[in-house]
Ligand binder design. Structure first.
Ligand SMILES: C[S@@+](CC[C@H](N)C(=O)[O-])C[C@H]1O[C@@H](n2cnc3c(N)ncnc32)[C@H](O)[C@@H]1O
Length: 250
């Protein structure tokens, strides 16, 4: 089976989306009572596992299941696990985020950086919450509008690439309607997009164009990334990543 070129392109980046350890830590610190004596964390859509390793350092007693649909990303996580000496408490599982092979109420914390858009924020909140233990926490960071009236060009762009993007208040409403309690949220500063992600992506465009010169689908994805960066540079005050921490009642 031919692999979607989007995965091959994203394999060349250290992270597969914007974010950094500082903001993983900030979101983790919102969790009032990280599980003592060993808790279970599920890291959904973990990519190459940058936030997985940050979580392992933030909660030295936790066990982590890192999941993604693309095995080569998980192979990269496995290498980090071995290099960091985390083999006893981090495992990788290749699974689709909308069909997770875990029992209900298995996890103290569910973590999802920059991936809920794949199934839609609302579907993700509603589906993943059943895997949380009562009293457990879920953290989802993803794209939200910061304004009720975004510019036409930004709206048109997202209508094509992520039609589920919504205003932050709507996200909070979805959390409450799913029976979860919003505990805290914050926005990822736009400088982190540049430092952790777009700056690196820009530096790879030349090599990627050469590597995929005969692959029309890949070239379209690369053009899409260029457009994404252009839109972000123009309208980063209108949209961005919001980290939402929520809790399942006891
Ligand atoms: C934007 S990246 C975010 C990765 C990582 N959390 C980060 O912040 O660097 C989205 C991730 O979701 C994964 N993914 C895509 N479709 C998926 C699916 N159906 N189930 C699980 N993971 C999926 C991709 O392979 C990718 O690693």
């Amino acid at each position: 089976m031919e692999i979607n070129p989007i995965f091959k392109i994203f394999e060349s980046f250290p992270r597969q989306g914007p974010g950094d350890d500082e903001h993983t830590e900030k979101a983790f610190s919102i969790i009032a009572e990280p599980p003592e004596g060993g808790g279970e964390i599920l890291d959904v859509g973990c990519g190459k596992g940058v936030q997985t390793m940050a979580l392992a350092r933030l909660c030295p007693s936790c066990r982590i299941l890192a999941t993604d649909i693309h095995q080569p990303f998980l192979d990269a996580v496995d290498e980090k696990i071995a290099a960091g000496g985390f083999s006893g408490r981090i495992k990788t599982v290749c699974a689709s985020m909308d069909d997770l092979p875990f029992g209900e109420e298995s996890f103290d914390i569910i973590w999802a950086e920059g991936c809920s858009f794949i199934m839609g924020f609302e579907n993700a909140v509603r589906y993943w919450k059943k895997f949380l233990k009562p009293g457990g926490y879920m953290m989802i960071s993803d794209l939200f509008w910061f304004t009720e009236s975004p510019s036409a060009e930004a709206r048109e762009f997202f209508a094509e690439i992520d039609p589920t993007i919504m205003i932050e208040e709507k996200g909070l409403e979805i959390i409450r309607n799913a029976g979860l309690e919003p505990v805290g949220s914050f926005r990822l500063p736009s400088r982190v997009w540049e430092e952790s992600y777009y700056g690196i992506v820009k530096g790879k465009f030349g090599d990627l164009m050469e590597e995929f010169q005969d692959n029309e689908a890949a070239l379209m994805i690369i053009e899409g990334l260029k457009k994404q960066i252009e839109i972000f540079d123009k309208y980063s005050d209108e949209f961005g990543y919001t980290y939402n921490v929520m809790r399942k009642p006891l």
